[in-house]
Design a protein. Sequence first.
Length: 315
Amino acid sequence: MKNVRVKQEVKVFAPATVANVICGYDILGFALDRPGDEVIMRLKDEPGVEIVNIEGDDGLLPRRAEKNTVSASVQNYLKQIGQPDLGIEIELFKQMPIGSGLGSSAASTVAGLFAINQLLGEKLTRKELLPLALKGEELACGYPHADNVAPSLLGGFTLVRSYEPLDVIHLPVPPDLHCAVVFPHVDVPTRDARDMIRKNVPLKGAVKQWGNIAGLVSGLFMNDYDLISRSMEDVLIEPTRAILIPEFYEMRKIAMEVGALSFGISGSGPSVFSFTKSAELAAEVAEAIKYQLNQNEIECNTYISSVNTEGPKVL
């Protein structure tokens, strides 16, 4: 815990994330340079946490402090540090699509926790903030998974080795690794996508999945792009979730033909992503997929990014 002067106002950015990373369901994730969410937070004289403004959410997010992930996370933070009645005003600027599969709720939660921690002089470390971020995810989607909030909060590529106790490990990022993300404008609710997943899986499939996860992690450590590429296969989750995403297999075919290292679902979808060895190739992949979707009258957003190793930051 640091003893730093308390600020009166702070503005922060927290990044979007790609979770699961194809073969690492609920345990792997990495942060993007863009998109993300911004929060302005300030002290006020009256006690209590209050959301005074939300922009970019099309009126979808709750304004009640205990129902919104940003403000609820701030309330939990204040309880933990023993100042539950402190007066806090929050403005949230959603700069990423809700329900995109890019960790929208995680970015908001992390932005709120990072902002309050900065505002009050960094009383907790980022790793100490992580359990509070999990509570925010549980409020947002009913399940306290860390594969979005961990990379958004800590930056970089993360592996959740264990949930009980929580054990999150930073993984190295090969220097040329880039990502093309495409968000088709179709609706795939996170809870519905999770409910579709089988609770029991064949041992043969599990063994193959374990091998792919180990191969991907090894490839990251070894800067072995070919090993990364051939390890990024999901035999357990993707076959079910792909049903919900129009043109999924055609998009994958196009991405691989253009030269991507991989193609798969980001989080629960509908966003998809590809790894490439350059920003230029990532842009080509995104443009080719966008063209395919537009030909089928599906609008989309595209994002080109390296792996964001910084995480949230003060603006």
